[in-house]
Design a protein around this ligand. Structure first.
Ligand code: GTP
Ligand code: MG
Length: 205
């Protein structure tokens, strides 16, 4: 299957606002400014789907997007998969002047622990800064929660080949997962096919 359509559905901050039904959810999380919104736009091939900004802390709610993936079975037959792409607020955003450090808002934890249809959580790690303590805290928490994880390394266009392999080694060591990390550049759409394939495994089973 490949993504053929994506549109914004709803935003929420607590469990009674989550959409009803049995639609599969695939969520994205990462440190504020890691490039999450850019990656969502690149993955869905839809500029402006998720808001991109230079200022950290842009995404403040749990945002649901309706996504449709299509698979051609034969020349006349096709299969469609409807799923929710869930954009979670960035963590670790320190707003120093006000002192409110949004490390991990409680509604992110609530969502992860209580969303029954969450089938995959993509944890985004900035390729330039693989050793951020806050990412390790997040990873450990997610592993403890038992969520199926996919590591996605962002902004790899900013890395030299040498940095890429060095940082990838660090990431594999620090954040072990069942499937290898996916290197992504939203600027060049590097990794888009691999991430789509990973999502397809979840959709098709
Ligand atoms: P918040 O929602 O504010 O937490 O941020 P976010 O994680 O959604 O990041 P966003 O996509 O808004 O991107 C943050 C900044 O990084 C923007 O200036 C983007 O243009 C830049 N950026 C994101 N992805 C890439 C990438 O793959 N390559 C490069 N070079 N820049 C990127
Ligand atoms: Mg964002």
């Amino acid at each position: 299957p490949r993504i053929i359509a994506a549109k914004y559905n709803t935003s929420c901050v607590k469990a009674d606002q989550y959409p009803e039904g049995d639609t599969v959810e695939i969520a994205f999380i990462g440190r504020s400014n890691v490039g999450k919104s850019s990656l969502i736009n690149s993955l869905c091939n839809y500029r402006g789907l998720a808001l991109v900004s230079g200022q950290p802390g842009k995404t403040k709610t749990i945002n649901y997007f309706d996504v449709e993936s299509k698979e051609d079975i034969s020349e006349t037959e096709e299969r469609r998969y409807h799923w929710f792409l869930v954009d979670l607020p960035g963590y670790g955003f320190a707003k120093t002047n006000k002192g409110n450090r949004n490390l991990w808002s409680s509604f992110i934890a609530d969502y992860i622990l209580h969303s029954e249809r969450l089938m995959l959580l993509c944890l985004l790690i900035d390729g330039r800064h693989p050793e951020m303590p806050i990412d390790k805290v997040a990873y450990d928490w997610l592993v403890e929660a038992g969520v199926p994880l996919q590591i996605v390394v962002t902004k790899v266009d900013k890395l030299t080949a040498k940095e890429k392999s060095a940082n990838l080694a660090i990431i594999k060591e620090m954040y072990p997962t069942a499937t290898p990390p996916i290197l992504y550049s939203s600027l060049k759409h590097t990794g888009r096919e691999l991430l789509q394939q990973r999502i397809n495994k979840v959709l098709v089973g």
